[in-house]
Ligand binder design. Structure first.
Ligand SMILES: NC(=O)c1ccc[n+]([C@@H]2O[C@H](COP(=O)([O-])OP(=O)(O)OC[C@H]3O[C@@H](n4cnc5c(N)ncnc54)[C@H](OP(=O)(O)O)[C@@H]3O)[C@@H](O)[C@H]2O)c1
Length: 470
């Protein structure tokens, strides 16, 4: 039936977790794909590091080669799919393919987050397609909605759980009360975490995805180095309990925000600002209300919440990793570039016209949740409130619970410059009435769109002091 259709040859670079599934789906769904594309998609070869290595039975071993460069450069290859990962040789392979005018599909978040500008520029210069849906949140269609569906809108904020490993660990800590180390071990035993979990638990993986999301959402080049990154290794069972007590849950969030200029009179506490707008891109653990849509994202699932001017709030949810789900996103891109190739056209470039500055973390407006172990005696609240006031930080709520000679004071602030909040915590640590700063965490998911104004520093706008003696 499809004998009359033309053939497009695909060079598959990499045959690991994702590549194996891409090869299987390309083969098993060949007839359907041919009808959807209008051409047969045929594997020209599969580049791997170890040709003699054991492979899934679905892999045609006669296609294997150790020479990825030669395979991608073959004149009969129409589409190059890179699922090797890492920076080199992936970067050189992609650049060479684009230079040769060949469309490229990649799942490589690390490469795009580090060398995105160079690769996007090369795609533009040589008029070649560059599709990378699988690089962020696996199977979840997210980059195409940002790049195409929302191209006419103004995205204000992207807030997401984009790393399944850390979500699994935090979910376990929340549901079982276990500590970080114990929950990580469980994640490793179940195959949700690597033997070396650094890239996940230290937030590197999420930071790379945040850079890609921010670049697309704000039409601005953002690299992994621009992203403020904190992992979850310091999150304690106390943090989780503290969050629970206030109806919140701890998640590792990738947060990309468009922040209007903090101009004169618009700075924290209505003080003078720096007058410059920009974007804030960060990855860190944060408390979010249990009623927030992201709070119910459990296990290793991913979800991304997008706030746009006209579209309003959108939520994307699904499997953020795994061979088959990720291969689904890769296949979708292969079909798209194949259709473009047949039509003699190409997809949209990642536009970076806005060129907004990336704000330093210290200038970003955040809110803190601070839990203090303090002396249970009168007059404790005053020096604590003064420390916040000295740094222009206003308090939204205070809650105190007595525990014998000691009391626990939980303070949630209004938005303030992150640097001011961090300086306040340092000062609190040195106060004689403070026995220990038990937990410090940012609070997200309750704010209005940036920029946010804070009430008068040091004022308490709401609160419940359960023990009036503080
Ligand atoms: N795994 C996921 O769930 C997931 C999700 C989203 C995105 N991604 C991204 O997808 C990409 C691939 O991930 P993966 O998990 O499939 O990686 P993987 O299992 O480690 O597979 C990597 C593949 O690349 C091959 N390779 C390594 N160096 C090579 C070289 N110099 N020349 C040719 N082939 C080479 C390896 O060959 P051998 O087989 O011989 O070792 C292997 O087949 C990465 O960019 C990753 O970030 C993965």
């Amino acid at each position: 039936m499809n004998q009359t259709l033309p053939t497009l040859k695909v060079a598959l670079l990499g045959c690991g977790v994702v590549g194996t599934e891409v090869a299987r789906l390309l083969t098993e769904q060949a007839d359907d794909l041919a009808l959807r594309v209008g051409a047969r998609l045929e594997l020209a070869g599969i580049a791997v590091r170890r040709v003699g290595h054991r492979r899934a039975a679905t892999i045609d071993r006669s296609l294997l080669t150790a020479d990825a460069e030669a395979l991608a450069a073959r004149p009969d290859v129409d589409i190059v799919v890179e699922v090797i990962g890492g920076i080199e040789p992936a970067r050189s392979l992609l650049l060479a393919a684009l230079k040769g005018g060949k469309p490229v599909v990649t799942a490589n978040k690390a490469l795009l987050a580090e060398n995105g500008a160079e690769i996007y520029a090369s795609a533009r210069e040589y008029g070649a397609d560059l599709y990378y849906e699988a690089s962020v949140a696996g199977a979840i269609p997210l980059l195409r909605p940002l790049r195409e569906s929302l191209a006419g809108d103004t995205v204000h904020r992207v807030l997401g759980i984009v790393n399944g490993t850390t979500n699994f660990i935090l979910d376990r800590m929340d549901s079982s009360g276990a500590g970080f180390a114990e929950s990580l071990e469980e994640a490793q035993a179940l195959g949700y975490a690597e033997a070396d979990p650094t890239a996940d638990v230290e937030g590197f993986d999420a930071a790379a995805k945040a850079a890609i999301l921010a670049s697309l959402a704000f039409h601005t080049p953002v690299t992994a180095a621009d992203v403020h990154r904190e992992g979850i290794t310091e999150v304690t069972a106390t943090d989780i309990l503290s969050a629970r007590a206030l109806g919140r849950v701890v998640k590792l969030l990738a947060i990309c925000e468009r922040c209007a200029g903090i101009g004169p009179g618009n700075g924290p506490g209505n003080g003078p600002g720096n007058g410059q707008g920009g974007v804030s891109v960060r990855v860190h653990p944060a408390m979010i209300p249990r009623s927030h849509p992201l709070a119910s994202v459990s296990e290793a699932y991913n979800a991304v919440f997008v706030e746009a001017e006209s579209a309003g709030r959108l939520m994307f949810y699904g499997a953020g990793a795994g061979g088959t789900p990720t291969a689904s996103a890769v296949l979708g891109d292969i079909v798209a570039v194949a259709r473009n190739r047949l039509a003699g056209t190409r997809g949209p470039d990642a536009s970076t016209y806005a060129g907004l500055p990336v704000m330093p973390m210290g200038e970003t407006l955040t809110r803190y949740h601070v839990s203090l172990d303090v002396d249970d005696k009168p007059g404790v609240l005053a020096p604590v409130a003064e420390a916040f006031a000295r740094h222009d930080v206003s308090i939204e709520a205070v809650r105190q619970a007595s525990r014998g000679a000691e009391a626990q004071l939980v303070i949630v602030t209004h938005t303030a410059r992150d640097a001011a909040l961090a300086a306040t915590v340092r000062e609190l640590e040195a106060l004689p009435v403070v026995r220990a700063v038990a937990s410090v965490m940012r609070v997200e998911g309750e704010e209005e769109l940036c920029p946010r104004r804070s009430p008068r520093p040091g004022s308490i706008t709401s609160g419940s002091i359960t023990n009036g003696r503080a």
